[in-house]
Design a protein around this ligand. Sequence first.
Ligand code: ATP
Ligand code: MN
Length: 480
Amino acid sequence: MVRTKIKDILLGEKVDYQVIVKGWIRSFRNNQFIAINDGSCLDSIQAVISLDTEEQIIKKISNGASLSIKGTVVASLGKGQKVEIKVEDIEILGECSGDEYPLQLKNRPSLEFLREKAHLRFRTNAFGAVFRVRHSLAFAIHQFFHQRGFVYMHTPIITSSDAEGAGEMFRVTSLPFDNPPRNEDNSINFKEDFFGRSTNLTVSGQLEAELAAMALSEVYTFGPTFRAENSNTARHLAEFWMIEPEVAFNTLKENMDLAEDFIKYLIKFALENNRADLEFLATRLEEEEKQKPQNERSEMGLIEKLEFVLNNDFERITYTQAIDILLQSPAYKKKKFQYDVSWGIDMQSEHERYLVEKHFKKPVIVTNYPKSIKAFYMRQDDDCAQGRETVAAMDILAPGIGEIVGGSQREERLDKLEQRMKEMHIPTEEMYWYLDTRRFGTAPHAGFGLGFERMVLFVTGMTNIRDVIPFPRTPKNADF
Ligand code: ATP
Ligand code: MN
């Protein structure tokens, strides 16, 4: 007989058939009722053992132990479940005894505590739910692009270009640290390094995705990216996953439409496929919100928020309009912002959150940022006012998160691109491969990057990015 997943038994509502169930014990009551969870769904199944079960076995039935049971699915008389298993055979696969097990569940462990126990936290309801949702979103991402005829492109993880300027990079080297080969001027001789040059972990797959889009028209990447920036915030990881579609012939407007459709698709997919998990996370969030002072609580529950975002258009404003709104805001007038506001600033998270959470109360797409604060590859807007040069950038800001997407229409004009690279001291010779796309059949194109963990944060209502990736990598932390 093969093992049946608990999810299938609970969904089925069928009775009077035999099953084998394997999983981990979540609780044991009255020497008779075992709650077993196998991760296939949020709910545990109740298994009822007979009162004459051997004492030897009873002793081993404890929270966290793994077991295999054989029994009959029967209608349950108890509250909270339609079916349960009447156990005929029980085998403890792995004992979990003693007081050392960190998940004794006497009182609910905090997320901070569980972060230290990341190897075991999968066993809690909250993290089970988070990682099932994370899986669903990853699956939905591929489905969304596949349905639209995009080609999934694997861009390199080790790269020699630092053109993005997206942050500090992690160096990849096989040179010895104590005595690396040196040039005459005492600098390190990377010609002797593994790749014959200096290499790093990638901060983005965009530049390579652009190359592919210039032939396949619609491509996307979905892979790990690395940033050695020392920002120890609840929104930054040193290793995170990013989705980067790149589309030939798309303008900024079409880029925004794609991003908005994409985000809504993911939300809809989770609402349809992870209802129980989301409802559990909504309750968790509600309890967390109750700890906060009244004026800091969010007005909507998690499910309500997701449905609201799904059913409403994102607000679309230019950077210039955003700055005007901030300058007119009571928060600015009452000097509530820590950082000053003026045209040209790189908006701080307090500004972004004001726009999204206080002013519009929905996701906002901000476009046409000042050229000076954006990457070299963004398309320069024509007809800008003197001193107010902008580029065809678009950032999507989400309630509770801040920036979730960063994208742009790319500069397809060789002369403008080269000039901008020179201004920003980006070596054009080294980047010949990138410039070649502009030399040989250039075309307008656009794309964006969605931070996967920020999307998972948004959908699960979790508040710290460390709680939506299995093993977070942050400054001074790479355990497990
Ligand atoms: P931020 O201003 O929040 O640091 P960024 O401007 O550096 O973001 P981009 O370089 O545009 O971000 O990257 C694209 C997307 O990747 C962002 O919109 C965000 O969702 C995500 N992202 C960026 N940096 C990180 C990080 N350190 N950890 C997790 N996600 C990130
Ligand atoms: Mn950043």
